[in-house]
Design a protein. Structure first.
Length: 271
DNA sequence: CGCCAGGTGCGAA
DNA sequence: TTCGCACCTGGC
């Protein structure tokens, strides 16, 4: 199946740190595990080509997952008009979309991320999926969907430890056995949402920010990672997280989360 | 070996 | 309120 796109960069969108469970294939396509299916997707200029083990609504699923109907162009133009210093990084990063990743998977992923490395996080997520997720055969390979909350509840602390989650085992167990209402977050202000997330063990400010930005499209909440730090130091000689946040909130307001993604993408790929 | 990574919880001051 | 430290795991 194919779809015409404009201002979409598949590679940047998939590889800029939003999701963990994807593979780059030899033909430069990507295989990505979504909620209910596995897809393979490839871009050639203004077209994306995709296949899946499930064809039902595939186009709609792709459009939703890669956020292709959200109007990034207007926001980008507005940002550049108000902040001319953003011209370079936005032109470099335009085509980067914020993925609509399943919320439960985002939460589990970022609980795993504390004091951890990306390959290790991915391995733990794969282990968890193998244990409680539905098996999918796609292009003669086995994949495992991310488990439902009911299946995650079947895992003990020892199971999480065995699945290489490390000391985060107890946080995962407590979260999955809590009465945390994943959809309630959408009804809260960003501050209340942050507080609610941070009331859970293993979720601090950084992890909560990642969850809200990547899982809930809250562009006014965002983490500051090493690449953004590097960018802000090199461009403005601003070094503390507090000052970086003050700077971004003042200039980029409710779109700061989007801007820091552009900074991240620019700084990390420009070397 | 020791160090550290997409931080956080905890006890001590 | 702030500070220092321990923490699974595995790659360097």
């Amino acid at each position: 199946m194919e779809l015409k796109v404009k201002n979409f960069n598949l590679k940047d969108t998939i590889t800029c740190g939003q999701i963990f469970r994807y593979e780059e294939e030899l033909d430069n396509s990507y295989t990505v595990i979504l909620t209910d299916r596995v897809i393979n997707i490839k871009q050639d200029n203004d077209y994306i080509y995709f296949t899946s083990n499930i064809e039902d609504n595939l186009k709609e699923v792709i459009i939703n997952y890669f956020d292709l109907e959200y109007d990034y162009d207007s926001i980008n133009n507005m940002l550049i008009n108000n902040n001319s210093e953003l011209k370079d990084i936005i032109n470099y990063s335009k085509g980067l979309k914020m993925i609509n990743e399943p919320k439960l998977e985002v939460i589990i992923s970022y609980i795993l991320s504390q004091n951890n490395r990306v390959p290790q996080i991915k391995k733990a997520l794969d282990n968890i999926s193998k244990c409680g997720g539905e098996k999918v055969i796609f292009n003669n390979k086995e994949y495992y969907l991310f488990p439902t909350i009911d299946n995650l509840k079947k895992l003990s602390i020892e199971d999480f430890r065995r699945l290489k989650c490390g000391f985060r085992d107890k946080y995962l167990y407590e979260f999955t056995h809590s009465d945390f209402d994943i959809d309630k977050i959408d009804k809260l202000s960003s501050k209340d949402a942050l507080d609610l997330l941070m009331s859970m063990k293993g979720i601090g400010e950084k992890v909560a920010s990642c969850i809200l930005l990547f899982g809930y499209h809250r562009f006014d909440v965002y983490p500051i990672d090493t690449w953004v730090k590097k960018y802000m130091k090199d461009e403005y000689n601003i070094t503390t997280i507090k000052d970086i946040k003050l700077f971004c909130d003042k200039r980029y307001k409710e779109y700061s989360g989007l801007v820091i993604q552009y900074m991240f993408n620019y700084k990390r790929n420009k070397d």
